[in-house]
Structure formats: C-alpha cells, structure tokens
Design a protein around this ligand. Structure first.
Ligand SMILES: Cc1cc2nc3c(=O)[nH]c(=O)nc-3n(C[C@H](O)[C@H](O)[C@H](O)COP(=O)(O)OP(=O)(O)OC[C@H]3O[C@@H](n4cnc5c(N)ncnc54)[C@H](O)[C@@H]3O)c2cc1C
Length: 399
C-alpha cells in the first residue's frame, strides 16, 4: 500500500526537499499557489490539487496595492509581474463628466534592496496565475486538476505526538500527509466540514461588475469616477488592457442572466460622460462581463485544527474596496512557510501563523466592509478616502 502511494506521489509531481514534510495544498487559487510555492522552496514535498477540470480564472483583473507588491517580491515573482502587468504612480480621480479632479500618489514600500517598489499596479488574474504556475513548475510541481478531497481525518493525538492527516480524494485514493493547507476560497467545503458551526458568508448589499477592455494610452493610472449613484474605476493591467470595475448597491443577493449583463452594465454607466462614455460604447454582447454580489466572512477563533490549516479567502474573504484580498492571500503563504520552517511541528507553525495573520486580515475585511457601507450611504469622497488611506498605512507595516 505504501509503495503504491509513493508511486502516486512520484507521478503527481512530488519534489523531495530538506524539510521533507509531505504537504497537501487543496485549491490552486492565489492563496494555494503562493503557499505551495513558498513551502516547496523551503524544501517540503508539496502536492497541489484543484477541483476544476480546467483553469477557469474568473474575475478579470486585479488591482495591486503597494503592500501587495512587497508580497509579490517575497514570492520571487516581481520581475514577471512588472513585465507582464502594469505599474503606475497612483489614482487619478474624476467626476461623473470625466473631469480630472486630482491625482493621488500611492505611497510605495521599500524593496529588499532598499529601492522603492511600485506604489500601485494591475495585472490580469490569468497572467498572475500563469506566473505562479510557471514558478511552481520549475520546482517540479504540477497542479492535479479535477480532484477534491472528500474527507480529512486526523489521529487522536497524545500531546507529544506530531499530527498526520489522512485524506480521501474524489478519485478514491487515500494518502497521508504531515500537513494540509486548505485554500478553497470563500465557499470552502473543507472549512464547512471542519468548522461546521461557522456561519455562511454574509451578503454586503453591493455587487461588483468587472470587464477587461482595450486600454487607451490616456488611461495611464488607476482612474476613479466619483459622485455618481455607482462607483466606477479603470485599472491598467498590461500595455494593451485595462479592466473596468463598477460597484452597485443592490437590495438582495440577486442573480442576473448572463445574456442581459451587457445591457444592465451599459445602463449603469449611462450617467457618466467623457472617458467612460467611450468605454461604454466598447461593451457589447461578446464582452466577458463578471458580475458578482459581494459577500464577506472572517473566521475568528482559529484557522487550523491539528495539522490542517486555512489560507486566503477560506479563512478571511474581503470585499474589494482596499484591493488587498489577493495580497493577503500571498502574505498568508509567505508567513505560513516561514513559520513552518522554524516551528517544531505543523500544529505550532499554524498557531503562530494565525497569531501573525489574524489581526491584519481582520482589519482588511472590516475596513473594506466599512468603506462599502460609506459607499452605500453615499458618504463624501473625503471620508471614504481617509479610511482607505489609513487602512493602507496600516498595511504598509511589516507583516
Ligand atoms: C469583486 C472582487 C474584486 C476583487 N478585486 C481584488 C483586487 O483588485 N485586488 C486584490 O488584491 N484582491 C481582490 N479581490 C480579492 C481576491 O480576489 C481574493 O482575496 C483572492 O482571489 C483569494 O484567493 P484564494 O486563493 O483564497 O481563493 P480563490 O481565488 O477563490 O481560489 C480557490 C481555489 O480553490 C479551488 N477549490 C474550491 N473548492 C475546492 C475543493 N473542494 N477542492 C479542491 N479545490 C477547490 C477553486 O477551484 C479555486 O481554484 C477581489 C474580490 C472580489 C470579490
């Protein structure tokens, strides 16, 4: 039996390293891939699975904040992100007629060599994913697609014994691991199984619309268009592309038919003139529009049980107001691997990881919700900007 498992691992892309811990990463989103990359770099044997049969990276582009660039550097992917994404000094704020009101320069954080990192940027989600996969592949790790874990069991432990998890997979295999890292996202099934009392994610009263479009050269910063009934922005994600995001207040977590999305989005944009009226013209039935009612959740007590731990949205799912959810997911992977390197066992590593991460991630979730609430109340742009600035200043502190 053990011999067959070893063969499976060899086929599945195990690497053998100094730390020699067998780690399963469940979910190949930004949190799972970042964790896998850092744990493998530190010499662990890492296996990564994802429930999807093929990659379907939804959600258009990502805005990258200054603190997220620091995490990107720590992951060792900065030059790829800078080459394939877009960096810019900050945000140009406009009114609903497209008149430029002011430019906010995003403060940058120092790189490891002391040079300033970019203060702001953007990248297509699929591009970031591709970069993380490329770096994992260099370590000999391929994601096994179309695979879920159906159960995770752990032995009853004596205080001095190290934990091990026995995982049953959807292809009927059963394998043992020293640690399981769950990065299954907002609707994590493993979280539901392991923390059955956890409430479901909460709908926030807003929906976010996103669509990737050709980038006119004039969109050389992040653009905000304020003062309308909806909040709209453009983020450059490459030399050629940008994405539009639009935040709308909706009374309930409403489903909308895919075929109607472009009509509704164009209607929502109709109160804007200037740059956005040209953007509006570019949207049609073929546009790949991602519409998503916003939900949020934060697991407050602990993010691990025995040698199983949650990372990313599975533990702390934020709304997009601070554009920092992906940054938090990357930082999770970095901190987890640091603690794994120095702790005596997975349990201790996960406890220390939680202590380093929980307040920071909670601040992102709570302040994003609070900014969303200000948007719903149509509070002044000054009030909203103050909370964004103070939150980003907190995020600039070391993690
Ligand atoms: C509208 C919106 C806009 C956002 N914009 C930004 C932004 O501009 N910048 C930013 O930094 N953050 C942003 N965020 C937050 C960011 O998208 C998330 O925080 C981040 O993607 C979380 O990554 P994750 O890996 O935890 O989860 P996910 O990206 O959800 O990945 C989870 C993965 O797990 C897999 N999976 C799920 N269940 C299983 C299972 N049972 N078995 C195996 N695999 C499974 C899924 O297929 C998926 O690949 C935004 C969020 C929203 C909602």
């Amino acid at each position: 039996m053990i011999g067959t498992q070893a063969l499976d691992w060899a086929i599945g892309g195990w690497t053998k390293g100094m730390q020699d811990k067998r780690i399963l990463v469940v979910g190949a989103g930004i949190a799972g891939l970042s964790s896998a990359l850092m744990l493998a770099k530190n010499g662990n044997d890492v296996m990564v699975i994802d429930a999807q049969d093929n990659w379907e990276i939804t959600g258009a582009g990502l805005t990258i904040s200054g603190p997220s660039f620091r995490a990107i550097e720590a992951l060792g992917i900065l030059s790829d992100v800078m080459n394939l994404g877009h960096t810019h000094p900050g945000i140009k704020v406009h009114d609903t007629n497209g008149h430029h009101l002011k430019t906010l320069i995003s403060p940058s954080i120092a790189a490891q060599n002391g040079d300033p990192l970019p203060g702001a940027g953007g990248i297509l989600r699929s591009t970031l994913h591709g970069i993380l996969l490329k770096h994992l592949s260099r370590l000999g790790i391929q994601v096994q697609m179309g695979l879920k874990c159906t159960s995770i069991t752990q032995d009853a432990l004596t205080p001095d014994a190290s934990a091990r998890a026995r995982v049953r997979f959807s292809d009927q295999r059963t394998l043992d691991f020293d640690a399981v890292v769950v990065g299954e996202g907002l609707y994590s099934n493993s979280r539901h199984l392991l923390w059955p009392q956890t409430p479901s994610p909460t709908f926030t009263g807003q929906a976010c619309w996103r669509v990737v479009l050709a980038r006119p050269q004039s969109v050389d910063h992040r653009f905000f268009f304020l003062g309308g009934t909806v909040k709209v922005g453009l983020t450059p994600v490459s030399n050629e592309h940008m994405y539009l995001f639009l935040l709308e207040s909706i009374p309930q977590n409403a489903h909308r038919k895919t075929a109607e999305l472009h009509v509704i989005l164009k209607h929502l944009l109709s109160e804007f003139s200037g740059e956005l009226s040209q953007v509006r013209q570019a949207i049609n039935a073929q546009s790949h529009i991602v519409y998503r009612p916003l939900e949020s959740h934060f697991l407050s007590d602990s993010w691990s049980t025995g040698c199983v731990v949650l990372v990313g949205d599975a533990a702390h799912a934020t709304t997009p107001q601070l554009a920092s959810g992906a940054g938090m997911a990357m930082e999770d992977g970095i901190v987890l691997s640091e603690e794994f390197l120095s702790a005596k066992d997975a349990k201790e590593a996960f406890r220390r990881y939680y202590l380093r991460r929980s307040n920071r991630c909670k601040m992102v979730v709570q302040n994003s919700l609070q900014i969303g609430q200000l948007e719903l109340e149509r509070a002044s742009a000054v009030e909203q900007a103050q909370l964004v600035e103070s939150s980003l200043a907190q995020l600039a502190a070391p993690y």
